[in-house]
Design a protein around this ligand. Sequence first.
Ligand SMILES: NC(=O)c1ccc[n+]([C@@H]2O[C@H](COP(=O)([O-])OP(=O)(O)OC[C@H]3O[C@@H](n4cnc5c(N)ncnc54)[C@H](OP(=O)(O)O)[C@@H]3O)[C@@H](O)[C@H]2O)c1
Length: 274
Amino acid sequence: MASIVAVTGASRGIGRATALLFAQNGYRVFALARSEPDLHSLAREHPAITPIRMDITDDASRAAAVATIMRETAGYGVDVLVNNAGYGQIGAVEEVPPEALRRQLEVNVVALIAFTQPFLPGMRGRRHGTIVNLSSAAGLVATPFMGAYNASKFALEALSDALRRELSPFGVRVVLIEPGPIKTDFGRVTEQFATVSPDSPYAPRYRRYQGTHHSVGLFGRSAGAVAHVILRAVSSPHPRPRYPVTLPARLAGLAHVLPARLVDWGMSLAMGLH
Ligand SMILES: NC(=O)c1ccc[n+]([C@@H]2O[C@H](COP(=O)([O-])OP(=O)(O)OC[C@H]3O[C@@H](n4cnc5c(N)ncnc54)[C@H](OP(=O)(O)O)[C@@H]3O)[C@@H](O)[C@H]2O)c1
């Protein structure tokens, strides 16, 4: 029987590339997202892909998606779960509306864990399975104007570390993927959730920060490159706990060992905020 993978956020970007790559490598794929037209266009690309509409923040929608996967697999569930759905919220911490902060944590953290939980008893019982969580370089070092997003990915890092240590005695693996800049719709969506108004006292520095986004062009990689890292991690007999992708993501890890004032200085310089 083919191994089974579920990929959230599969309508675009990293999730779409991952769903397709796993299908091309012999997996049976459940592709989940809100946008049905995008999911159906993905499913047309490979017969092993089953599209499932799901708003991950909606309890009933999530439960229905889990039930569909359980029914389609005769109660088996999945071998691999790629938790990829997510978005970024821009704004100075002082100005982020509490509702926007709540929503950011709901999508990127709470709903992700809630979607994962129903698959764990099956994986534990079989002593086999891999959970892949899409974190970010933003889960390793916090940047100005991305505090809400940073908080969500830092939380995901912590939950993934705890989950990995809880599940390893049961033979279930937990892997963090930590991309830096990846060329997807992520930036466009993030701009839609920006809360920096033109008359904000933070606006001049925010505009300079935006001006440094050319680093995406310099260091950015494709969604397919991340998909290949995910497949490599899942295929490994002993996957690493963390897979940084791109040079900025590798450098972000240094923030844990360098003095905080040095990191502040380097980041201001890199982001044009001096
Ligand atoms: N691109 C980067 O530079 C970058 C860097 C580091 C980490 N990441 C992480 O990688 C992951 C994928 O990002 P991407 O770059 O591929 O972004 P993207 O192109 O904007 O794709 C995001 C995906 O998440 C889904 N999604 C968002 N809200 C959802 C909801 N409420 N319910 C269900 N699905 C939802 C979207 O589908 P629908 O809108 O159809 O629901 C879409 O398929 C995210 O977790 C992101 O934080 C991205």
